[in-house]
Design a protein around this ligand. Structure first.
Ligand SMILES: *[C@@H]1O[C@H](CO)[C@@H](O)[C@H](O)[C@H]1NC(C)=O
Ligand SMILES: *[C@@H]1O[C@H](CO)[C@@H](O)[C@H](O)[C@H]1NC(C)=O
Ligand SMILES: *[C@@H]1O[C@H](CO)[C@@H](O)[C@H](O)[C@H]1NC(C)=O
Ligand SMILES: *[C@@H]1O[C@H](CO)[C@@H](O)[C@H](O)[C@H]1NC(C)=O
Ligand SMILES: *[C@@H]1O[C@H](CO)[C@@H](O)[C@H](O)[C@H]1NC(C)=O
Length: 386
């Protein structure tokens, strides 16, 4: 055998030895970080979760002690609820913060498989932001910031984060939290809600309230079945498409049967037929939802005009109204707090909130971490709150 062959073999053997001796067990990594003492004692009560981590590569999102101080009632929830949230923080692939690229968010599957109808489990999104900041985005507007990254253990990596993430909820609770009132009402009016709640693997385009207001009676006077066609034209089945797949000129076939074409401009604006994408990638229990600025019409695809702040309606006889269409179709009025209004990729601002017993601050904290009463109910757990 040639010398170089032996040399490289020796080098790999040595590399393996070095890796072996450096790699620590997950236990030793967690116990060795003083900021993780709360998490460490909590996770030990759920040995099944640790045992279910894939050996092929895993990421543990470990909330630091501050995260539990902000959510000091969290541990009073039911064990089932706590276990689900902890599983949502365990990812089925090794994601290194050092590998993330700005403008290319990464969606990784979690070990939370109950309440889900999405292939590969509910996802967590990693977003690399300006200044080397990494945000983690969960469901229902929850997000956290990476405070210490890429701590290796045998079989994966630990990422220390500063807030708890909330698993994605169903389409109605998500619509309520983001204040997509007319969209939610239209789901009821068109009688498509049951399908949208239970069909796995959906991608849904949700027009913002102003888009429905711009149409007025052109949309509200439609029959339920005509409205259902419109709603199905906003839905892709059997594919969970994140904005990272919205490449220029991609065509998607909708549940209605008509096609949606993605167009991208030089300024990085993204259009779906004649609607501009406003807020991408809001994760829901059975897929993903993208907010757009116009209601799409299968009979009239329209042409996006980049210079317009809001695209022109593509329905004949559109006449704008001030009230919100379809709100009366929503059965039980619920009081909700909008959580986050993401207006684009860079808009994941984090507010740091200090611990306090004041009600207003408590509410602000709940928004920051997502664990408000509504969210607890949303997750089907006993609502124990700040
Ligand atoms: C998942 O989808 C099935 C239909 O495929 C449905 O019966 C079930 O209710 C859904 N589960 C959840 C949690 O949405
Ligand atoms: C929801 O949106 C509507 C109109 O778009 C607005 O009037 C209303 O104040 C919003 N609600 C909240 C709680 O922000
Ligand atoms: C979800 O979509 C994937 C393909 O993306 C497919 O393999 C899987 O069977 C789908 N799941 C269900 C339950 O339809
Ligand atoms: C997208 O495709 C269209 C038409 O094919 C082209 O005019 C446009 O420049 C492309 N956009 C980008 C950002 O390349
Ligand atoms: C959506 O989820 C919430 C919380 O679990 C639940 O209360 C609500 O009934 C669900 N929506 C529908 C329409 O089933």
């Amino acid at each position: 055998m040639r010398k170089s062959g032996w040399r490289s073999l020796l080098a790999s053997a040595l590399a393996l030895l070095v890796t072996r001796s450096n790699a620590q067990t997950l236990n030793s990594v967690l116990s060795g970080e003083s900021t993780l003492s709360t998490y460490y004692s909590l996770i030990q009560k759920y040995p099944d979760i640790l045992a279910s981590l894939p050996s092929s590569g895993a990421t543990v999102l470990a909330p630091n002690n501050d995260a539990f101080v902000r959510n000091d009632q969290f541990e009073k929830n039911t064990p089932d609820f706590i276990s689900s949230v902890l599983q949502y923080h365990m990812l089925d692939a090794k994601v290194l913060a050092g590998d993330l690229v700005a403008g290319a968010p990464v969606f990784t599957g979690t070990l939370l498989s109950s309440w889900t109808n999405i292939t590969g489990g509910l996802r967590v999104e990693f977003v690399k932001q300006a200044g080397n900041v990494v945000s983690l985005v969960g469901g229902q507007g929850s997000r956290s910031t990476l405070v210490k990254g890429d701590l290796p253990f045998t079989g994966g990596v630990v990422q220390i984060i500063d807030s708890l993430l909330v698993p994605p909820g169903n389409i109605t609770i998500t619509a309520q939290e983001y204040n997509f009132t007319s969209f939610e009402g239209a789901l009821y009016a068109a009688d498509v809600l049951d399908t949208d709640l239970t069909t796995p693997n959906l991608t849904i385009f949700a027009p913002q309230n102003a888009a429905w207001q711009a149409l007025g009676s052109a949309i509200t006077s439609m029959s339920s079945s005509d409205l259902a066609k419109i709603m199905k034209f906003h839905t892709l089945s059997d594919q969970v498409v994140y904005s990272t797949s919205f490449t220029n000129n991609t065509v998607f076939t909708t549940v209605e049967g008509g096609k949606l074409t993605i167009s991208r401009t030089g300024n990085n604006a993204i259009f779906i037929n004649s609607a501009q994408l406003l807020a991408p990638d809001i994760m829901i229990g059975n897929g993903v939802l993208h907010v757009i600025d116009n209601v799409l019409n299968p009979s009239s695809s329209g042409t996006p005009v980049e210079s317009l702040a809001t695209q022109m309606p593509v329905f004949a006889s559109a006449s704008s109204v001030t009230n919100l269409p379809f709100t009366s179709n929503i059965p039980t009025p619920t009081t909700t707090t909008p959580v986050s209004t993401r207006t684009g990729k860079g808009a994941l601002a984090t507010t740091s909130v200090k611990s306090s017993s004041s009600k207003a601050l408590a509410a602000a904290m709940a928004r920051e971490t997502g664990f408000a009463a509504g969210f607890m109910v949303a997750l089907g757990g006993a609502a124990i709150l700040i």
